[in-house]
Design a protein around this ligand. Structure first.
Ligand SMILES: [Zn+2]
Length: 418
């Protein structure tokens, strides 16, 4: 059914309701005063909208006791699971992780499954689909409650098509195909996003107000960077913003898989470190052996690590000067190097001549950063993932009528990846 959109009082009310819901989605919970400030609406309008959302079972009130202030704590409002649930998927080289969360940022169920060595993309996709099904069941989720899914994959991704700009570290995996399959199966919009971008968003959301301008550096087999500025992902025009691993560290260095010479990740990524050691006749099995040897004080291994972290530190010093972030969070397997990694980075950033020193630390979320970022994407980019609050309030109109409103689940379903 096509309906002419007119600026009726109901349309204005729906717009105001969306603003209230948007703040609750972004911040997890809010007081009435925060909603009034955030929306610019009157106290009476906010109260009336909250009353309507509460009547429909979408919002609950609770009191959070404040230790430092006397008197009755203000009532906080949060969206409850009737407003919608989000699916987060993280596809790594050796694992698949799935989380189901509600729109107040609580994780209801989470599941990690190992991927077999040398698995096919088809087998991997099957594991993802089965894991989503199991995790939704564990969360006791009704499939009508799910508002969207976000998938984290280690590849640079074009923002408009969801296609990989270059093949990722997962041979045969194709971002759009997995998203389309999830979208079709659960009738929800599904987005695919770079793992470092989601790591940045997850860390930024976890850090609260201090994490508004945050860089997340993923140091694993390769080197990735996510930029979350103003608590939103910065992707750039073509989607490769943050390809820190391919900044030139040595113009005369070896050829990188990207086609250029001496890229930073050939020195600061685990794959590159292992290759450099192999070139010197030292053949190590994997990252964990590299870290063990370093901790045992193996001089040849330490030399390669120190050279890599020094080059990384210099690149981060440049980034700090260009972007002036509030926090740089280091994630990925190589963070197990501890002081070997953090000390040179701290020293380089302490030498930045302006402002107060940039806070550098290891990721607060650890291996869950990208997965929590995928949940945060569904919450923060709410125009892509419609919640139940946009459905008509009248009991006789139901979900079928909701599909004529914009945006709707059914409309998103066709375009799937965005
Ligand atoms: Zn490169």
């Amino acid at each position: 059914m096509q309906r002419r959109v007119q600026p009726t009082s109901e349309a204005i009310r729906a717009g105001n309701r969306a603003r209230v819901v948007d703040i609750l989605r972004r911040s997890g919970s809010a007081t009435r005063a925060e909603l009034i400030n955030g929306t610019g609406l009157s106290r009476a309008t906010v109260s009336s909208l909250i009353g309507e959302l509460a009547d429909r079972g979408l919002v609950s009130e609770y009191q959070q006791p404040a230790a430092d202030s006397p008197g009755r704590p203000p009532t906080r409002l949060a969206l409850n699971r009737a407003a919608g649930l989000a699916i987060a998927v993280d596809v790594g080289v050796r694992h698949v992780a799935v989380a189901v969360g509600d729109l107040s940022r609580s994780v209801l169920a989470e599941r990690w499954v190992s991927l077999p060595q040398g698995h096919s993309a088809q087998r991997g996709t099957h594991i993802v689909m089965r894991s989503i099904e199991t995790t939704l069941a564990e969360a006791e989720a009704d499939r009508d409650q799910v508002v969207g899914a976000a998938i984290s994959i280690a590849a640079p991704i074009a923002p408009d098509s969801g296609r990989f700009l270059v093949p990722g570290v997962l041979p045969g995996w194709n971002g759009p195909e997995l998203a389309e399959q999830i979208s079709r199966t659960w009738d929800i919009p599904a987005a695919v996003e770079n793992d470092a971008n989601l790591g940045a968003l997850g860390e930024s959301a976890a850090a609260g107000p201090h994490g508004q301008d945050l860089l997340y550096v993923k140091l694993a087999s390769r080197v990735g960077l996510g930029i979350a500025f103003g608590s939103a992902i910065y992707r750039g025009r073509d989607g490769y913003a943050g390809e820190l691993g391919h900044v030139t560290a040595d113009p005369d260095g070896p050829t990188c898989w990207c086609g250029r010479r001496g890229c930073l990740e050939l020195y600061a990524g685990a794959e590159g470190m292992l290759a450099r050691l192999a070139g010197r006749g030292i053949h190590l099995g994997d990252v964990s052996e590299l870290i063990q040897r370093a901790q045992a004080g193996d001089a040849a291994v330490l030399a390669v690590i120190e050279d890599g972290t020094r080059r990384l530190a210099r690149a981060l010093g440049t980034l700090a000067l260009v972007l002036n972030p509030s926090v740089i969070a280091l994630g990925g397997e190589l963070t197990a190097l501890g002081a070997l990694l953090l000390d040179p980075v701290h020293a380089e950033l302490a030498a930045v001549p302006f402002g107060s020193p940039v806070a550098v630390r290891t990721s607060a979320l650890g291996p869950r950063a990208s997965l929590m970022g995928a949940l945060a994407l569904v919450l923060s980019e709410s125009s892509r993932f419609t919640d139940q609050s946009s459905a008509p309030a009248t009991p006789d109109s139901g979900r079928a009528a909701a599909s004529s409103a914009v945006p709707s689940r059914s409309h998103h379903h066709r375009s799937t990846v965005s």
